[in-house]
Design a protein around this ligand. Structure first.
Ligand SMILES: CC(C)(COP(=O)(O)OP(=O)(O)OC[C@H]1O[C@@H](n2cnc3c(N)ncnc32)[C@H](O)[C@@H]1OP(=O)(O)O)[C@@H](O)C(=O)NCCC(=O)NCCS
Length: 171
């Protein structure tokens, strides 16, 4: 499902190739594509106004980028189809926070969000983080639940969207 660029086939087959990479902070050349995908999903689709605002945690976080590459007559078309963020050193505690998980609407239900989440959780595990938290939109509770997250605390709403905190403890 996911393969680093150096393990991709030299010639893309008819089926799109998907891989996930991790970037640190906001200085990577791919960063504007992350912002554009967030604006599309959280800004235009979900109408969360802050989606377009700068977020101070971005610069000190890791970001998972899911790329899809498709062959076309003019060459290879590479586009960002999924993203998510993990902040490892949250408040100096042995705790991480995942946020901004999004898949482009036209490619949902294909495992891209799962691949993004697995890459983020792997970073937490590699860093020895004990607990990883996220504020789940309630429609996504099942999605996060299958990735080992458990709901905690009472439901609440942000911008009219029902949320619930979820937590994963390192196995
Ligand atoms: C939540 C979100 C990131 C999930 O992304 P996704 O790429 O569709 O995720 P996946 O395909 O890995 O999994 C989604 C579902 O498809 C299923 N699925 C996974 N691979 C599949 C496949 N190959 N074929 C069919 N279904 C598949 C999963 O079982 C999962 O089921 P669920 O809907 O009951 O949870 C996406 O819906 C999204 O961007 N939503 C808008 C933004 C948002 O709400 N983000 C979360 C904020 S907390």
């Amino acid at each position: 499902m996911t393969a680093p660029p150096d393990q991709r086939p030299a010639h893309a087959a008819e089926a799109p190739v998907l891989w996930v990479e991790i970037i640190a902070g906001t200085s990577d050349p791919a960063w504007p594509a992350v912002v554009a995908l967030r604006e599309r999903v959280f800004g235009r689709e979900q109408r969360i106004s802050e989606a377009t605002a700068s977020d101070p945690d971005d610069a000190r976080s890791l970001h998972a980028l899911a790329w899809m590459e498709t062959a076309n007559p003019d060459g290879l078309d590479r586009r960002l189809v999924g993203t998510g963020r993990i902040t490892l050193d949250r408040a100096g505690r042995n705790e991480a926070l995942i946020a901004w998980v999004a898949t482009a609407p036209e490619v949902r239900q294909r495992g891209i969000g799962t691949a993004v989440m697995r890459a983020l959780v792997a970073e937490a595990d590699a860093a020895g983080i004990g607990e990883t938290l996220l504020a789940a939109q309630r429609h996504a509770e099942g999605f996060y639940g299958r990735l080992g997250f458990f709901a905690t605390g009472a439901p609440y709403a942000v911008h009219g969207i029902p949320h619930r905190w979820m937590i994963r403890t390192r196995g």
